[in-house]
Design a protein around this ligand. Sequence first.
Ligand code: NAP
Ligand code: HSE
Length: 429
Amino acid sequence: MTEPLRIALAGLGTVGAGVIRLIDANGELIARRAGRPIEVVAVSARDRAKDRGVDITRFDWVDDTAELARHPRADVVVELVGGSDGPALALARASLAGGKSFVTANKAMIAHHGLELANAAETAGLALKFEAAVAGGVPVIKGLREGAAANEIARVYGILNGTCNFILSKMEAEGRDFADILAEAQRLGYAEADPSFDIDGVDAAHKLSILASLAFGTQPAFEQVAIAGVRHILAADIAEAAALGYRVRLLGLSEANGHGLFQRVHPHLVPLSHPLAHVTGSTNAVVAEGNFVGRLLFQGAGAGDGPTASAVVADLIDIARGEFGPPYAMPAAALAQPGAADTGERIGRAYVRFTVADKVGVLAEIAAAMRDAGVSIESLMQRGASADGSVLVAIVTHEGPERAVAQALDKLRGSSSLTGEPMWMHILG
Ligand code: NAP
Ligand code: HSE
């Protein structure tokens, strides 16, 4: 058999240890498929003494993670540390500058610095691969870069954060509170080091910006993603949505058309007839609509050690085979500069929930704000007062421009009738 592909591995946490376990378990099969063995030769993390459930004494230990870029025996550096900048970015730059291909699961770094790193990799004739950065074990980057490469993509959207989907589907099934379900997702290894990235939609936005580049041939534009998370969704919202025939899901959605590039992460009401309504737990699912292939659905485990390691090692197998091209499916220099689309132009239906004081005239005030902004109400539900005396009013609008709903909410902002921030969710059309 030919020479192994030798790996220097930075980060030995959930995913890093998972990669070692996977190569240990499936090494022979991988060697047959890749045409050569894949072998870890050096590792680095913060704490050499920590028990990681895998034997790391057989590898060179490197204290300074950046030194992996110069490891004399390694062909490829795998970065599983995390963080958009800091040691991860320093290692990526040094590896590509020093002639080593680079594999990462780090969506934050790719969302912020992917273009720079792709330019560096292409100039050096090296691989930069990040399958695990989007949707964990689901081969959606491969699907868009390769399988759907012949298509013009109209839109790409989906459930991109396993932690949020785990929380929402548990809230739905068990009626439990948000906070203790988050703790469970953290225990299972789904959540980011900073879980606010998950629940505030930032992690999904990182992933969406990567998908948008691949789907539309545009430069990554994370700063253009409009972001809202799931922190303020109540069990009552989930119950109202269910009564109306919907499930609540955090979706990332991107479209490119004459108005520019639209990228948004936001809670949506998904009709029960749509496959995304039935995606539960930490599962991720991405829909891409191609002009010849039609609707593609990629679905599977979006987080956790095994699935994420599976995607990392798939990238290594491609490199071992010598099968890699430009990271974004076309040369980085050919990616168009995207202009951000105006979300106010979008037409759709909305769910808006108000928490209000139980007093005369409140409903009339909400209805007047909607009327003045030109929002047509399809249905309105009011639940009785809770222990603190506040009442929930949920409205579903007819189809109309988002700008009108925003105007109505602006008008109500600061009203003494409202006892909390309104919750606005889009209805997936
Ligand atoms: P993790 O469990 O927190 O592991 C991080 C590893 O990096 C640890 O081994 C840690 O060392 C090491 N590390 C942290 N800071 C370091 C520093 N300054 N210098 C050197 N090493 C450092 O994280 P993870 O969940 O495996 O995630 C790794 C990457 O994969 C992240 O980019 C994440 O977004 C991405 N990802 C994760 C999942 C998932 O399901 N977990 C899924 C897809 C993508 P010590 O162990 O010694 O503290
Ligand atoms: N924290 C991420 C999630 C891990 O919950 O989806 C996978 O990217």
